[in-house]
Ligand binder design. Structure first.
Ligand code: AFP
Length: 285
């Protein structure tokens, strides 16, 4: 693996081992601040972000970083080759109820845009700590065992799955979207949704498929999930896994980013389910 990417991965491993310990003794109280999307930040969000930024700041190969928890781009090294966008602890509000949470990283070259993402990494903090790395058309899972991440398996999606993870407030779904989701359940799909995209998508990837959706809704016309550090990393992951990732009509990695905290509607899944979304959304919106 290219040394710079290896250095970034090792930095993420170090941060993740520290974050695991912090989650266990977490002060999950709210801080007095909100992030740029208006989410009230937990002290845990800020602490995890500080750890990741501190570790990334040691790497000369990184030019800039973008965090869900910070308004602006952070400059690291003018001569660095890579740009990293990350969500330090996605779903952090779930720590309070002891559900799994995760960190998400997108590694970009030249600019923060879907077409320039070259690698994705996510870490699931659950009963076990697991890391998935998407790079150069490979998708590999590692598990934290005795202080180190050991290779477990490659990940590949089936053409069709049976898990459904339907996000957002159902009362705000457009009728055509609600009918599509209802029809999947009528076909025997099983509901798997925790409110944390990292464990929810991890489950679909490891149990060979289905559909995760966070659509545009009557109250969120551009969905909720952030392009650079939530959506594009998973779009690359699902592409390499042999599935699909769209906004309803377009491939997610083709959409244009105008601001580092832009959101988008998103669907991640096996090809059979993604084709159904394309058919339903073709005539809508
Ligand atoms: P938080 O980070 O605010 O807990 O939100 C988690 C998340 O960004 C993503 O992980 C989930 O898939 C999605 O929000 C859940 O949103 P809904 O609760 O609206 O379904």
């Amino acid at each position: 693996m290219y040394k710079d990417i290896e250095d970034i991965i090792n930095s993420i491993k170090d941060s993740s081992i520290t974050i695991k310990d912090i989650i266990n003794e977490a002060d999950t109280a709210k801080s007095s601040s909100t992030n740029s999307t208006g989410d009230i930040q937990l002290k845990l969000d800020i602490r995890c972000d500080e750890i990741i930024e501190k570790n990334f700041s040691k790497l000369s190969c990184i030019k800039q970083i973008v965090s869900e928890e910070q308004e602006n781009i952070v400059k690291i090294n003018t001569n660095g080759n890579y740009l990293i966008a990350y969500d330090p602890l996605d779903g952090s509000s779930l720590v309070d109820v002891n559900l799994s949470v995760g960190s998400i990283y997108g590694i970009y070259e030249d600019s923060f845009s879907g077409k320039n993402i070259i690698a994705s990494i996510y870490v699931v903090f659950g009963p076990r700590v697991e890391m998935v790395i998407a790079y150069k058309n490979t998708l590999k899972m590692y598990r934290l065992l005795n202080g180190d991440f050991k290779y477990v398996q490659d990940i590949k999606l089936n053409q069709k799955g049976n898990l459904m993870a339907p996000g957002s407030t159902q009362a705000m779904w457009f009728d055509f979207h609600k009918k599509m989701i209802d029809d999947f359940f009528k076909d025997g799909y099983r509901l798997r949704y925790s409110g944390g995209m990292v464990p929810d998508l991890h489950q679909i990837l490891l149990k060979s498929g289905g559909l995760f959706s966070y659509p545009a809704t009557k109250d969120l016309s551009k969905g909720k999930l952030r392009q650079l550090f939530e959506v594009f990393p998973y779009a690359l992951i699902f592409k390499i896994a042999g599935g699909g990732a769209i906004d309803g009509k377009n491939n997610l990695l083709d959409i244009t980013t105008t601001h580092i905290h832009d959101t988008t509607a998103c669907f991640f899944g096996s090809n059979y389910e993604i084709d159904i979304v394309k058919k339903v959304y073709k005539d809508e919106r």
